[in-house]
Structure formats: structure tokens, C-alpha cells
Write a protein that binds this ligand. Structure first.
Ligand code: NAP
Length: 316
């Protein structure tokens, strides 16, 4: 008895294979690119039209500059009162407070706190939660800074402060405000500003990227862990954004920062705000960075590490 294969020559099988490779794969690639771009455009429209109808109070760390300040403006626009925790000079903070109150008519409390210090954090939580009796409905765990360069050439005290602010303080802040929300049997929406730098090992931006990998995992696991308390947690993963961060991390001194695509703090905060309010676990702002995020997931670490090493190396 003859099988179906007997009627198909090997040449035909090879031709079919060629058809699959040269016709179907490019078609699939085109279809996924169109889907990718369309879903980004839909997200963009949703973000720009989004307004929160739920009022309440938002606590924002690093809420007086950069991405944090843009978060503050979005909450204030939607008539949500603010508690801003930062280390900025008093005069600057007062200017920000005044402009938010005048423009949006919300209540704004500013608390000065060096988040790298455990005692400072404890005193600030006590003041906000017990003395001012703030009941947070939203928490933006955003303060942080970076340092570029070889670990051995960085000052230990500064490296330690960076680990404290970017990682320890993030968990400490979440611990304090999540506990309070659970005790009050109240819901809470939380977002943590991590970074795309926390997706792959990042030579010469090593410790910073490692702190951001830590907060990315922390924010995402919290999303599942806290769901039963009606608490959501979103990891915000921005790429390069034009804020004080660039200067403070000394990234501008290596001469290459200007060559990469840059986001504005407004678009980063708007993306984070939308995904936080909708209780999503991850937010990646910007089409190019969404694509980079995808590439980072599928690329071997060895390749990515070499790319980052060259990117972070000072220009000759
Ligand atoms: N810009 C980027 O390219 C980029 C990319 C990915 C992720 N991020 C992350 O985005 C977050 C916000 O940064 P940004 O870009 O908006 O930069 P930014 O304008 O420098 O804002 C950082 C904020 O964190 C505060 N902060 C830093 N150290 C602090 C401390 N010890 N105690 C209290 N507050 C402290 C800063 O206050 P002081 O100025 O008073 O210290 C400032 O308000 C950071 O977590 C950063 O890692 C930034």
C-alpha cells in the first residue's frame, strides 16, 4: 500500500520548507510588528484620556523633582491630596508645594527625609502615619539615584547610600504603608520606579542596575503577594529619562547619554500613573523602550553585558 509521502518528492518538501521560511516568517514578523505598534498607540490614547475618579491621598517619595514631580502633578490634577517625601532643599520644596496648591487646589504636605537613613525613615513614617494621621490610598515609591563607573572607583559611603535609597528604603516604605493599609482594611495602589537597567546585568552601572533588579522583582512579586488585601503593586521600568538623574549619576560625563533615545519625565509618569491606577504589574514607557525590553528578555546576557559595557565606558 502506498503512503501519502510516496506522492511527494523530497524536492517538493524542500520547496515547501523554503516557502515557509521566506514567506511565512516575514509575514509573521510584519504581523507582530503591526500588533506591537498598534497596541502601543492604543495604550498612548488610553494614557492621555485617563482620569482617576477616585479621590484620596497619595504618598510620593522623591515627589518634588523629575519623574516624581510629574506623578505629583497627575495626582493633583485628579484632585488627589499629596504627601511628598524628599531630601530637596526647603526653598525648592516650598516652591513646588505652593505651585501645586495654587494650580490644582489640593492639600499638599511636604516631609523632609533622608531616605538613606533608617532613623530618618522611621521618624518620617511616624510623623506621617501617627502624628498627621495620613491614610494613604496611593503610594509612589520613586526616590532613587544612580552612579556610573567601576565600583572600585566609587566612594563606598555613596554606594551604600544608593543601595539604601534605591533598595532598602523602597522595601521599608512599602512595609510601613502596606501594613497601615492592611490594618485599616483599606485598599492601596502602589507603584515602584525601578528601571529597564534592572532587567539585565549592566557592567559599569553595576550596583545601580542591581538595586533596580531588586526593586523590579520586589514590586512584581508584591503584586501577587498583596492581591488578597486588595493592594496592587506596579513595577515602572523607564529607560533613559531627561531629569536630574543624568547629571547626578555622572552619566553625562561619559559622553554617550545624548546618543540614546530619551523619554520625558511627563511621559514616564503618565504611563506609570495609568498602569498603577489600573492595577497592572508592569509598565514600560515608550515604544523604543518596549522593544528594548523585549530584546533584553530574548537576548543572552553575554551579548547584552558587552553592549552595556561599551555604552557605559567613557568616550576616549
Ligand atoms: N532618569 C532616568 O534616566 C531614570 C531611568 C530609569 C529609572 N529612573 C529612576 O527614577 C526615579 C526618579 O528619578 P528621576 O529620574 O526623577 O531623578 P531626580 O529628578 O534626580 O529625582 C530623584 C528624586 O529622588 C530623591 N532622592 C534621592 N536620594 C534621596 C534621599 N537620600 N532621600 C530622599 N530622597 C532622595 C531626590 O531628592 P534629592 O534631589 O533631594 O536627593 C529626587 O527628588 C529614581 O528611582 C531613578 O532611579 C530614572
Amino acid at each position: 500500500m502506498q503512503s501519502a509521502l510516496d506522492f511527494i518528492s523530497w524536492q517538493e518538501v524542500i520547496n515547501h520548507g523554503k516557502f515557509l521560511i521566506f514567506k511565512t516568517i516575514p509575514l509573521l514578523f510584519a504581523a507582530s510588528t503591526i500588533t506591537f505598534i498598534t497596541s502601543h498607540l492604543i495604550e498612548k490614547i488610553r494614557i492621555s484620556n485617563f482620569r482617576s475618579k477616585r479621590r484620596g491621598t497619595a504618598v510620593i517619595t522623591g515627589g518634588t523633582s523629575g519623574i516624581g514631580l510629574e506623578f505629583s502633578k497627575l495626582f493633583a490634577r485628579d484632585k488627589i491630596d499629596l504627601v511628598l517625601v524628599s531630601n530637596d532643599p526647603k526653598e525648592e520644596v516650598e516652591l513646588v508645594r505652593k505651585s501645586l496648591v495654587e494650580k490644582f487646589g489640593v492639600k499638599v504636605i511636604c516631609e523632609s527625609c533622608n531616605l538613606s537613613k533608617n532613623e530618618d525613615r522611621l521618624a518620617t513614617f511616624d510623623r506621617i502615619l501617627n502624628q498627621l494621621e495620613v491614610k494613604a490610598d496611593y503610594l509612589v515609591n520613586n526616590a532613587g539615584f544612580g552612579m556610573v563607573g567601576e565600583l572600585q572607583k566609587l566612594e563606598w559611603n555613596q554606594v551604600n547610600d544608593m543601595i539604601q535609597v534605591n533598595s532598602t528604603a523602597v522595601v521599608h516604605v512599602a512595609h510601613a504603608f502596606v501594613n497601615d493599609a492592611i490594618n485599616r482594611k483599606s485598599s492601596l495602589k502602589m507603584i515602584t520606579t525601578s528601571s529597564l537597567a534592572g532587567v539585565q546585568p549592566n557592567p559599569l552601572f553595576n550596583v545601580y542596575a542591581s538595586t533596580k533588579a531588586f526593586t523590579r522583582l520586589f514590586a512584581m512579586a508584591s503584586h501577587v503577594e498583596l492581591a488578597k488585601y486588595n493592594i496592587t503593586s506596579t513595577a515602572l521600568l523607564p529607560g533613559a529619562t531627561l531629569t536630574n538623574f543624568v547629571k547626578r549619576s555622572k552619566y553625562d560625563t561619559i559622553g554617550k547619554y545624548t546618543s540614546v533615545a530619551k523619554l520625558t519625565p511627563e511621559e514616564v509618569a503618565a504611563c506609570g500613573y495609568y498602569h498603577m491606577m489600573n492595577g497592572h504589574s508592569v509598565a514600560v514607557p515608550g515604544l523604543i523602550y518596549k522593544f528594548l525590553h523585549f530584546l533584553m528578555w530574548i537576548s543572552p546576557s553575554d551579548i547584552m553585558m558587552n553592549l552595556f559595557y561599551n555604552q557605559n565606558k567613557p568616550s576616549q
